[in-house]
Design a protein. Structure first.
Length: 308
């Protein structure tokens, strides 16, 4: 059990240790910034949250942006705003929990706009927790909600990649961005289904990167692992130490993602403190769990409400 006598020591170690660890786990920092002018970028789940902000951020850099979402009204508003700013941004209704809808809309996208240069798998949901209070939170989540979450957060990664990756391989050019989460690196109490999906997303990106490397392909991959973001998706979550584990501002997250894509960065983890999870995994599980408890990870979801 961690007691107050260890607090100063832990703060020093966990606050100052991230910089060298960051260098070890992310050695591909380059000054090179690729040109995305007239490149076709597809963003799934792009009508709200960081997806919407990314769409405008890339469009403002003169890319051609296509947004997939189920919110037709939001996409129409985005198109109107983009038109007023003389930006290329188009919305297409696509339910990424439906494999056939993905394949159908992919064919239409290519026919209407051409081949996708950058695929950003951003779509994701979190389950509302049920009334169960006698065990793990997922016991109170309807089976259908868990299946829907997995279809959107995990299986859509495969279907979108199968739809657009072959053309990238043929052209030996492209970039696939997978939005995972810090919850894809460490388990969080109350998020069993979400964590499982984001661990899967992280593993998908890593395996894909290794396969492309083995092929000596020029196609790039980026995995994004942010802490909780203030988009409303995780309304009610809390952090014990906001100085080192802040609830991230969506504008900051999008700025970092855009920069990571332009620099072909393979891994983006925010904030840098989250890199310490790799160190924690070297410790015995009971010690790792105790440290996670101390930093409030086990209580972050206690007041979770989610987006209405």
């Amino acid at each position: 059990m961690l007691t107050n006598q260890y607090l100063p020591f832990l703060f020093v170690i966990f606050y100052f240790f991230p910089p060298p660890l960051t260098l070890l786990t992310n050695s591909d920092k380059m000054s090179y910034m690729k040109n995305i002018q007239d490149k076709l970028i597809l963003i799934t789940g792009g009508a709200s949250g960081i997806g919407q902000l990314m769409a405008f951020a890339f469009a403002e850099k003169h890319a051609k942006v296509i947004v997939w979402d189920i919110n037709e009204n939001a996409m129409k508003a985005m198109e109107d705003e983009a038109r007023a700013k003389n930006l290329f941004l188009r919305g297409m209704v696509c339910n990424v929990s439906d494999k056939e809808a993905i394949y159908s809309q992919a064919q239409k996208l290519v026919a209407d706009f051409g081949h996708v240069d950058i695929l950003i798998n951003n779509a994701g949901i979190v389950s509302k927790k049920g009334a169960n209070t006698t065990g793990p939170a997922f016991l109170g989540v309807p089976d259908e909600s868990i299946i829907k979450l997995m279809n959107i957060n995990v299986f859509s990664l495969f279907w979108t990649s199968k739809a657009f990756l072959p053309s990238m391989i043929e052209r030996n050019s492209g970039h696939i961005v997978t939005v995972s989460s810090s919850a894809g690196i460490i388990g969080v109490k109350g998020l069993s289904d979400y964590c499982a999906s984001k661990f899967a997303a992280f593993g998908f990106d890593e395996s894909l990167r290794m396969e492309l490397r083995r092929m000596k392909s020029a196609i790039k991959t980026t995995v994004v692992c942010p802490f909780f973001i203030n988009t409303g998706m995780f309304e009610g979550v809390k952090t014990r130490f906001p100085l080192i584990l802040p609830i991230l501002k969506k504008e900051y997250v999008v700025k970092k993602i855009v920069k990571a894509v332009l620099k072909n960065k393979t891994r983006l983890i925010m904030p840098r403190f989250v890199y310490l999870i790799y160190f924690l995994r070297l410790l015995p599980p009971t010690m790792m769990d105790g440290i996670a408890d101390f930093f409030g990870i086990s209580h972050a979801m206690d007041d979770f409400k989610g987006r209405n």
